[in-house]
Design a binder for this molecule. Structure first.
Ligand code: GLC
Ligand code: MG
Length: 248
């Protein structure tokens, strides 16, 4: 695919692409130390937030946790991409990722499972559920969707959240799109996460960190040469990994 020229911002040369809940946010002291460290660097590190939350919910958390606004926000488990100070939706991405998306068919099948409760979301560019302590049903739903041949991505994380996404979306696919369109080839990149919905982006092969407080499903993923397993929680783990990869 040929991407439209990026006309919103200079190409990124240093980037932290991080999940929010349980990764950047979750340990105030470590978070403060990390932000102070980044402020002291000569070259600016561009912040890209990659969250399961929808746009408004992410903005609430940004305010609540008092963290900087990102240059790019990837929301809704990698279905929304927002760019620049005014967080304008990347319309090209919207078109690309919605291919084959059939939320009605998915909702119909999921309605067979009483312990799998729909989340309230502002739109249907993804369909998410909360599983009520019933992993048997989660597995059955997953199988039923596969058998029905409905294009989608199925992500179960934190023993609770089910995200059903358009096939071309997800945190890994969205971040790949962002890197191709907005990031320089030789850029310093760090990707950080703590749970199952981060797996896709952690596995892309870029310098990545799994924070020490991560969920079992993320800790269980295979190593790759650029994967760092932190000994510290949340932002402390990000800080540790940034120093590991880029402080020389
Ligand atoms: C966040 C979102 C929720 C999603 C979960 C896992 O908690 O608010 O909608 O299901 O992340 O991705
Ligand atoms: Mg998280």
């Amino acid at each position: 695919i040929i991407l439209m020229r990026n006309c919103y911002m200079q190409m990124i040369t240093q980037m932290l692409a991080t999940d929010l809940d349980g990764t950047l946010v979750g340990d105030e002291k470590h978070l403060k130390d990390l932000l102070t460290y980044y402020e002291g660097l000569q070259k600016k590190v561009t912040l890209v937030y990659v969250t399961g939350r929808h746009r408004e919910s992410a903005l609430e958390l940004i305010k609540e946790a008092n963290i900087p606004m990102p240059s790019i926000l990837i929301s809704d488990v990698g279905t929304g991409i927002y760019i620049g100070n005014d967080l304008k939706p990347d319309e090209e991405w919207n078109l690309l990722m919605k291919k084959n998306w059939n939320p009605e068919a998915i909702k119909k099948i999921a309605s067979h499972y009483p312990t799998i409760v729909p989340q309230k979301l502002p739109d249907e560019s993804r369909i998410s559920y909360t599983a009520q302590e019933d992993e048997g049903s989660v597995e059955k739903l997953k199988q039923e969707l596969l058998q029905a041949n409905i294009p989608h991505k199925f992500i179960f994380s934190s023993g609770r959240d089910i995200d059903i996404l358009p096939e071309a979306s997800g945190k890994g696919s969205a971040l790949t799109y962002v890197i191709e369109k907005y990031v320089e080839d030789q850029a310093s990149i760090l990707i950080a996460g703590d749970s199952g919905n981060d797996e896709e982006m952690i596995r892309l092969g870029y310098p990545s960190v799994i924070v020490a407080n991560a969920q079992p499903e993320l800790i269980a993923i295979q190593d790759h040469p650029q994967l760092f397993r932190a000994t510290k929680n949340c932002a402390g783990g990000i800080h540790e990994a940034w120093l590991h990869f880029y402080d020389n």
